[in-house]
Structure formats: structure tokens, C-alpha cells
Design a protein around this ligand. Structure first.
Ligand SMILES: Cc1cc2nc3c(=O)[nH]c(=O)nc-3n(C[C@H](O)[C@H](O)[C@H](O)COP(=O)(O)OP(=O)(O)OC[C@H]3O[C@@H](n4cnc5c(N)ncnc54)[C@H](O)[C@@H]3O)c2cc1C
Length: 356
């Protein structure tokens, strides 16, 4: 789905087409790409990371060089890009937020740091990194671009609806410390993972936790929440040229699952990426080379969403029959995979009620 011009506002400079990462996407000519499973030595960082702490180690490298790291954090319940200059500030970026982030003015800020000669690590989804590279419109030797193995980003609108509903259910006046992938209950940094947050009720902070299987947002995450553009993503490929390094979960490798000691997979795509990974290699307790074809196959096929019309059917139907967003109801349907049967029953019931 390519964005269209608003004729009224267009000055005819064609810059949008020149920098559009979708129109101008390309494939690496030099395919010397390699991949590794890695897990950091730093147990405290591991506990806060989604998988093996690859992002933390890459950030540490850049911060130690006096650089700046751009990543995604919560501002209240809002998910947005920001930048950090210390290791403490990096903590806010650690952990995946499964919601599309607001980029704000971070591209402009990154450009000004780059022009000033500082090292910049910019992390984000592959389309965000492609957007940054086209915005910058020239190569900077001091830019380390890090993207994610990404199967799509959920809608911020639905996230806001979900979180306000949860607040209501918990009778919470405020929430903080939201984590999509909180690790083991006793802080065990090796086990994955459940959804959790702290909430304020009657002037006291409480903790709310739910396993991935029980969490409503996760129930939809792998299928019903993505942006339409994610279905036509040209970046679900390890041979696109924008990122120096890609990080993801090590589930391309069958010995790891989401539940056990999962390292990160890092895919190294450029000379700069190779230099950086070589120099931080000793910070990883696990550092295992991977078969690149297997990683590429995983990235392109695993969890691929191909049918937007099918996936948004629940939302269309709920609008059509004028029901309030029936989140729990669809969760049940999703679990039992009998969506059409339940909907038919619901419609029949509604018709009967109207006839009476
Ligand atoms: C929307 C989304 C979908 C993903 N889908 C997959 C998948 O299908 N398969 C897979 O193997 N891995 C996927 N990942 C990546 C995975 O969740 C971990 O981020 C990855 O394993 C790296 O973990 P880590 O321990 O190195 O870093 P962490 O400490 O978890 O680092 C988090 C990094 O993710 C960035 N980030 C967090 N939230 C967002 C966001 N909303 N938008 C952009 N960047 C963000 C941060 O800036 C930081 O760079 C996805 C991540 C996101 C955000």
C-alpha cells in the first residue's frame, strides 16, 4: 500500500518519490551476510532484554565510544522513538514494545548528531530504518543502523483501547513498567515470558502479570493487529541493504523455543556490522554461527501474514453489526479457531431478537 500525494498541498518537487523506501527498495549486490545466535554475559541486562541482549551489547559499544543510541520507549502508555546518551537511559529501550512507535523528530535529531561527528546507533523496524536511510540520503561512516526481524507492528489505536480497558478492569488510576516480555517470575533471566505492568489503585502500586497464552493483546498479536502495509512489506528479507545488523529471536534454530533460555539471533549485513560484532564478540556467553539460508527462510516464511482481508474480518464485522470492540469474545474465537461458526450463531441470535 503506497502512500498517495495530497494534491492540494503538493509543490511538485517529487522529493517524496525520491526518498520513498517502498518505491526505491533494492537488494544487496554483495550477499556476504552472516548470522549468529548470541547471549550476553551480563545477567542483569539479559533479564531486561527480550531475548539474548544483542541490542544492549551493541548499544554499550556505541555509548562507550561517546555516541548516541536511538530506540523505542514508553512515554506513559504511548510508544515512541527517543535517544539516550548513557547506559542507564538505554534501559528504557530494552524489551520489545509490540506497537508501532511514533518516530517524531528523531530522524532530524539523528542527522544533526551524525553531522556533528558523533557515533549514532539507530534501532527500529526494517521500514523505519529504510525510512531513515532514505531521509539521510547519503552514507555516514558513524551510523550503525540496527533493525529487527519483524513480522509486523500492531496498531497503536488498538493498543490504546486495550490498555484503557485493562486499566478499567484493574480499577487503576495509573500504570507504569509495562513489559510485553517480562522474564521468569523470580527474575530468572533465562525464561520467557509474560505480559506485565505495575498499576496504581487506591494510592498503592500493584503488579499485574499474565502468561503469553492468557494475554488478550498477544492472542491477537500474531494475526489480527497489523498495519495494512505490513502485509506487503518488502523488507522481510535479510538481503535488503539498509541495516548493518538485524536482531531477532533465536527461534530459527529449533533447539531454542520462546520458553527456554532464548538467545538473540544477529544477522550481520555490512562491513561496519562485521567490525562491530567482531569487537564485542567476547561480551557474549553464547556466540554460535548459523546457517544463513535457514535464517533467511525463517525470516521470510515464519509468521508471514498474507491475508489482510481475512485478518481484519473480526473488526469489520464488529463495525457492521455495531458491537463494541468485543476483545474477549474474539480471543475465545481465536483460541478455538471457529470464528465463522460463532459469528453465524451471534448473527442468528441478533436476528431472532430483532424479529421478536
Ligand atoms: C514489532 C516487533 C515485531 C517483532 N517480530 C519478531 C519476529 O517475528 N521474529 C523475531 O525473531 N523477532 C521479532 N522481533 C524482535 C524481538 O522481539 C527482539 O527485539 C529481538 O529478539 C532482540 O532482542 P534483544 O534481547 O537483543 O533486545 P531488546 O532489549 O529486547 O531490544 C529491543 C530493541 O527493539 C527496539 N524496539 C522495541 N520496540 C520497538 C518498536 N515498537 N518498534 C521499533 N523498534 C522497537 C528497541 O529500540 C531496541 O532496539 C520483533 C520486535 C518488534 C518490536
Amino acid at each position: 500500500m503506497i502512500p498517495t500525494r495530497i494534491k492540494k498541498l503538493c509543490t511538485g518537487c517529487d522529493l517524496c518519490e525520491k526518498v520513498c523506501p517502498v518505491i526505491n527498495s533494492s537488494i544487496l549486490s554483495d550477499k556476504t551476510v552472516s548470522a549468529f545466535n548470541v547471549r550476553t554475559n551480563d545477567l542483569s541486562a539479559l533479564a531486561k532484554s527480550s531475548s539474548g541482549g544483542a541490542f544492549y551489547e551493541l548499544s554499550r559499544y556505541v555509548i562507550n565510544k561517546g555516541g548516541v543510541v536511538f530506540g523505542v520507549k514508553f512515554n506513559g502508555t504511548h510508544v515512541e522513538h527517543s535517544y539516550a546518551e548513557t547506559l542507564e537511559e538505554i534501559e528504557l529501550f530494552m524489551g520489545s514494545k509490540y506497537v508501532q512507535s511514533e518516530i517524531g523528530d528523531t530522524f532530524q535529531k539523528a542527522k544533526s548528531f551524525l553531522k556533528g561527528g558523533r557515533w549514532v546507533l539507530f534501532s527500529g523496524t526494517p521500514c523505519q530504518i529504510a525510512g531513515l536511510k532514505h531521509f539521510l540520503d547519503r552514507d555516514y561512516k558513524n551510523l550503525l543502523a540496527v533493525d529487527l526481524i519483524c513480522h509486523g507492528v500492531p496498531s497503536p489505536g488498538i493498543w490504546e483501547k486495550y490498555i484503557s480497558r485493562l486499566k478499567k478492569k484493574l480499577e487503576a488510576t495509573d500504570v507504569k513498567d509495562i513489559r510485553f516480555r517480562r522474564k521468569g517470575k523470580d527474575g530468572n533471566p533465562f525464561t520467557n515470558f509474560f505480559f506485565g505492568l505495575s498499576y496504581l489503585k487506591e494510592n498503592q502500586w500493584h503488579v499485574y502479570e499474565e502468561s503469553r497464552a492468557d494475554n488478550l493483546f498477544f492472542a491477537y498479536f500474531t494475526r489480527h493487529l497489523f498495519r495494512p502495509s505490513c502485509y506487503e512489506c518488502p523488507y522481510r528479507n535479510i538481503y535488503t541493504p539498509e541495516a548493518d545488523i538485524t536482531i531477532g529471536d533465536a527461534i530459527a534454530d529449533s533447539q531454542y523455543s520462546e520458553q527456554n533460555e532464548m538467545p538473540s539471533t544477529i544477522i550481520v549485513r555490512s562491513n561496519l556490522g562485521r567490525e562491530v560484532v567482531e569487537s564485542i564478540k567476547t561480551n557474549f556467553r553464547v556466540f554460535e554461527p548459523l546457517d544463513i539460508d535457514a535464517v533467511n527462510a525463517y525470516y521470510q516464511n515464519e509468521k508471514t501474514n498474507t491475508d489482510y482481508e481475512r485478518d481484519i474480518r473480526p473488526w469489520r464485522l464488529s463495525n457492521l453489526i455495531g458491537m463494541r470492540l468485543p476483545l474477549d469474545y474474539y480471543k475465545w474465537v481465536w483460541k478455538h479457531d471457529k470464528f465463522h461458526i460463532v459469528i453465524k450463531r451471534k448473527i442468528k441470535k441478533l436476528c431472532r431478537r430483532n424479529i421478536k
